[in-house]
Design a protein around this ligand. Sequence first.
Ligand code: NAD
Length: 334
Amino acid sequence: MKIKNLHTILTNIFKRQGLSQKDSLICSNAIINAELVGAHTHGLSRVKMYCDRINKKVINKNPKIKIKKISESIKHIDANNCIGFVAGDIGIKEAIKSAKKTGIGLVAIKNSGHYGLSGYYAEQAVKKNLIVFCFTNAPPAVAPYGAKKSLFGTNPICFGAPTDSNIPFILDTSVSVINRGKIRVAARSGKKIPEGVALDKLGRPTRDAIKALEGVQLPIAGFRGSGLAWMVDILSGVLTGANHAGRVKDPFEDFTGPQNIGHLFITFKTNLFVNNYSSRIKDNIKRVKKLPKIKGIKEIMYPGQNKYKRFKMNQKKEIKISAIIKKDLEYLKK
Ligand SMILES: NC(=O)c1ccc[n+]([C@@H]2O[C@H](COP(=O)([O-])OP(=O)(O)OC[C@H]3O[C@@H](n4cnc5c(N)ncnc54)[C@H](O)[C@@H]3O)[C@@H](O)[C@H]2O)c1
């Protein structure tokens, strides 16, 4: 389907659910971006879930979002259980505004929902020539190191930096071996998941996606990944006033109340300590890229490069929609 047509369909779907025109546009832009960067697990495959949550009133379609100014640099947002995309959009814009004004922006958000890809927000700050960190917590998926039960989310860590080129440095990574969306998609389409990413509920390694969803996902790098997931839970949950320590509800399965997810955005100028950041970052990337490469590698890429390439390529094409998603969209259009 042509991107423009899909954009109109999505915007109308969200408007039909009762979201404002502005909020509906924010949602469709974020979802289409996820498709274009190839993150299908965070794009169209979640539209029905967001709509179900709006219908069941666990996402607030008419939120009264409050922005508390703590200082010129620091804001605390109560997102009033709005759809996460809207909270993320307001949050990053506030963080950019503060950093442009004072050099640094720190925005904490509570009472939000699943906001999609952290990198989407990081890119907005990098486009304004800022360094950025984005954190969000997520529903239980990963067992803390040594525990039998999952409690941390796949809690992505995202860092963005301008590169003095069109392609930003965006490290945006889950702290689980693979993100949960990939397991959900495999479960829905009856595919196997890779080895070494999950255990079933009895703690046995599994390649069965359904069993993996019932069991636990494994963190990257053992206790180190578990520690990083914990750090993100503290920054996004404990610090912001949002749910934490395993209390974030699963958006697909638990409709007993809002998720109350938390996000934290930190933005700052590149020239705070040096006046030649642009030439220094160019030199940094150049030195890494010119290292001798191992067999089979054509180019040493920096994080974000692959997604940027995919985005540019996909922008020229139509978006492929699977039969399952087509059915969802047809149903939601009615
Ligand atoms: N909102 C949520 O609750 C939530 C939870 C988990 C993940 N996510 C999102 O899901 C998305 C996917 O996460 P993921 O962990 O599957 O990411 P991934 O494994 O696809 O990529 C991780 C990072 O590695 C980089 N990378 C990939 N290949 C590379 C290469 N060959 N050389 C150098 N760098 C390379 C990517 O650019 C990216 O920055 C992220 O955008 C994340 O924010 C969201």
